[in-house]
Ligand binder design. Structure first.
Ligand SMILES: NC(=O)C1=CN([C@@H]2O[C@H](COP(=O)(O)OP(=O)(O)OC[C@H]3O[C@@H](n4cnc5c(N)ncnc54)[C@H](OP(=O)(O)O)[C@@H]3O)[C@@H](O)[C@H]2O)C=CC1
Ligand SMILES: O=C(O)C1=N[C@H](C(=O)O)C[C@H](O)C1
Length: 243
């Protein structure tokens, strides 16, 4: 049985993952939280899953490299320096980073790509997300993943074409922009919609997470799949055979 170690083990996702690992087909090798060193956990594991905090990323990658095991990063709110650290780590170990480990969102990103490629730039793209009141980053990692899918299909760079946090006298929407809006409240596990707004018509592609078990199952599937793979960056498309 694959031994999976959980970074962020006492958190909402950490506990959902522990519940999946208790299915008798996997083994949980333990967990660490804030202030704890992930190295011993890495040495006792066949793979790590990290659902903690962006500030923990570099130490977690270091621990996985030291132990020579793969790591799946689900933590969101990452920036370009984190991205460079992920690329660097992927030279030594298998690394999978994604804003959403669910099958449904992974497929949704394909549908968004297809729609964005087929609809002209006169169809405005807006990404709307809603999450529970405890979420600390916005837009969500999933919203950015979906926006990136649309940007790739249109051959544009998301960073240079995104509009978010509109408030006050913002001026007109920039042509070709991909917009983001974030709602927070209650216990919502994760709702995402990508709206294609054209002349007198709209298409909305949506995903609703009914609870965190979909992310937890995807994380365990991804981490197990990474074991024994050659070092490089992987995606959920690789795990699910969707590309
Ligand atoms: N990719 C995906 O599919 C999904 C990604 N996520 C992302 O996962 C992350 C965690 O979400 P969630 O479980 O809801 O958050 P929680 O706040 O419930 O859990 C985070 C956990 O990580 C711990 N932690 C914080 N800093 C460190 C550190 N430096 N080292 C180790 N552990 C640390 C926290 O400990 P303490 O409380 O002591 O600070 C806490 O136990 C978020 O970034 C979220 O967006 C969530 C769902 C799905
Ligand atoms: O923090 C959360 O809860 C979630 N985070 C991920 C994100 O930022 O997209 C995935 C999911 O939507 C839940």
């Amino acid at each position: 049985m694959a031994r999976i170690g959980i970074i962020g083990s006492q958190g909402r996702m950490g506990q959902a993952i522990a519940a999946v690992l208790a299915d008798g087909k996997h083994e949980c090798s333990g967990g660490v939280d804030k202030g704890e060193n992930p190295e011993a956990l890495a040495n006792a594991s066949d793979a790590l899953v990290d659902f903690s905090s962006p500030g923990a990323l570099k130490d977690n990658l270091h621990a996985a490299i030291g132990a020579g095991i793969p790591i799946l990063i689900g933590t969101t709110g990452l920036d370009e320096s984190h991205s460079a650290a992920l690329d660097n780590a992927a030279g030594a170990i298998p690394v999978l980073q994604t804003g959403n480990t669910s099958l449904g969102v992974t497929l949704l990103a394909h549908l968004v790509k297809e729609a964005a490629a087929r609809l002209g730039t006169d169809w405005d793209i807006e990404v709307l997300e809603m999450h529970h009141r405890m979420k600390v980053d916005a837009p969500s990692g999933t919203a950015l993943l979906l926006g990136e899918a649309a940007a790739q299909a249109r051959g544009i760079t998301l960073g240079e074409n995104s509009e978010s946090g509109r408030d006050g006298h913002t001026g007109q929407r920039a042509e070709g922009a991909i917009g983001f809006a974030a709602l927070r409240g209650g216990t919502v596990a994760g709702d995402h919609s990508v709206i294609f707004a054209g002349e007198q018509e709209r298409i909305t592609l949506s995903h609703t997470a009914e609870n965190r078990s979909i992310f937890a199952r995807g994380a365990v599937k991804g981490a197990s799949w990474l074991i024994g793979k050659p070092p490089r960056r992987y995606t959920m498309n690789d795990v699910l055979g969707l590309e």
